[in-house]
Every structure is written in C-alpha cells, then in structure tokens.
Design a protein. Structure first.
Length: 247
C-alpha cells in the first residue's frame, strides 16, 4: 500500500452526466465542487448529447478532469443488466461512446483523461480478460489510462498492453468476498461516517471488509463517490475529510 500513503495523490472521482432529456438525475452540480475527476456518461446506459455538453462545461468551470464512462446499451436497466458480448463488440461499443464524448471535449478544449466502464460492463470486464482487451484497445488508441479494480482483469490486461491503470476504492458500494463490487439496481444512501471510516482504515492498513467479513487488500489511487446516490455530496465531503482536505 505504499502507493496510497501520500493522501495528496489520491483523487476523488464521480460518475456524472447521467440525465436524459428533461429528466435530471444525480448531484452533479454540488459534487463538481468536491471532486477531481468526472466520469461522463456517453448515452448508452444514460446521458444524452445535451447532458454531455452541460457536464463537460461544468467540469471545465471547476477545473475537473473528464473521462468517458461508457456502458451497455441498456437505458431501461441503466446498464446494470449483463449482456452476452464478444471482445469485438465491447471494443465497438466503447469506441463509439468515447468518440461521442471526445467531440464535446473538443468544443471546450479539454483532453480526454481516462476511460472507466460503467455498471455491469465494468463487472464483466473485471472478470473476463478477453472482453477487457476490447476496452484496452480503445484506451491505447487515445493514450489514456483505464479506471478499475486493482488485481482484476482491468489491471492485468491494461498493464500487459502497456496501458495506464488507476485502481479505485469504492465507499458507497459493498465488496463481495472475491473483491468484486455488489452492484445495486437502485442507489441507496451511504452513511458518510462509514465512508470516511473505510477510507481511514484502508489508508492505515490496506484493509477493506467484504460483506461476509473477509478482509480484502485494496490498492487504489482514486476514490469513487457515485453522483446518483441520495446524499453523495455529504459522502464526498466525508471522504475529503478522511484524506485531510479542508474543503
């Protein structure tokens, strides 16, 4: 855990831009003042062109780095229902969505910072190296790192291909005994004190408890706070406090 002892190097990231038309979701405006990195939805699991435009503009206003958050083509299920895909299909889905976001980044003269798969696509790629290769191919094309779970296929395939990797810690989702995330169909409120306690403990001894009590060793360089959770700004503030931030 030597790479996480310097708290100043740890970023806070959030999944954003997940609104559709006149329907607004998430706490993007409040969170953008508290985070370092935004993962912007690209239209397949959520988001639309106007949402991408608005979110990228907001990120530029607050000096927040922007990455692509591509998901499965599943608006009804918010990308949280798995699909049977080939590695080639995964690559095409991700390349299409990243290209859409890059168009808006160009409008605001911002670079693409990274790629972070969403929801069930994230979980599928963590378990399947062949599928993960599709995501890595896109990241390599753009010369950007991938965000994901350390020790999973996310990291293994990225590093094998010379692509950067940023490990994440999650404070508003639970871990199973294998170190995978337990994805909920609907976001639930997270106790900010519990989120801060998770951060403090993992900084001290590298340990995170799975739901069954298994002790996991989580290596990370960024902490994710989901925007669509009901009290995510309070959670982000608590996480920042655990990292020693004053605001």
């Amino acid at each position: 855990m030597d790479d996480v002892q310097n708290n100043s190097n740890i970023t806070i990231n959030s999944d954003m831009g997940e609104s559709l038309g006149i329907h607004s979701f998430g706490n993007d405006v409040a969170l953008m003042k508290l985070i370092d990195v935004a993962n912007v939805a690209c239209g397949f699991h959520s988001g639309d062109p106007d949402a991408m435009d608005t979110t990228v503009a907001l990120a530029k206003e607050h000096g927040v780095l922007v990455g692509a958050h591509p998901g499965l083509p599943d608006l009804v299920g918010f990308g949280r229902r798995e699909m049977k895909l080939t590695p080639e299909e995964v690559e095409s889905l991700i390349r299409y969505q990243v290209g859409a976001l890059v168009g808006f980044l160009g409008k605001y003269d911002l670079p693409l910072n990274h790629i972070k798969p969403h929801g069930s696509l994230f979980g599928m790629l963590a378990r399947d190296e062949a599928l993960m290769q599709g995501a890595v191919n896109v990241a390599r094309s753009y010369g950007v790192p991938l965000f994901g779970i350390a020790g999973s296929a996310h990291q293994t395939v990225a590093e094998r291909n010379g692509v950067g990797f940023v490990g994440e810690l999650y404070v508003d989702l639970d871990y199973n005994a294998e170190g995978g995330l337990i994805i909920l169909r609907r976001p639930e409120e997270t106790n900010p004190d519990n989120a801060a306690a998770r951060v403090r403990r993992v900084l001290e001894d590298g340990a995170v408890l799975a739901t069954d009590g298994t002790i996991l060793n989580i290596s990370f360089d960024s902490i994710c706070v989901h925007s669509d959770a009901p009290n995510s700004p309070a959670v982000a503030l608590a996480v920042g406090g655990a990292l020693g931030r004053t605001t």
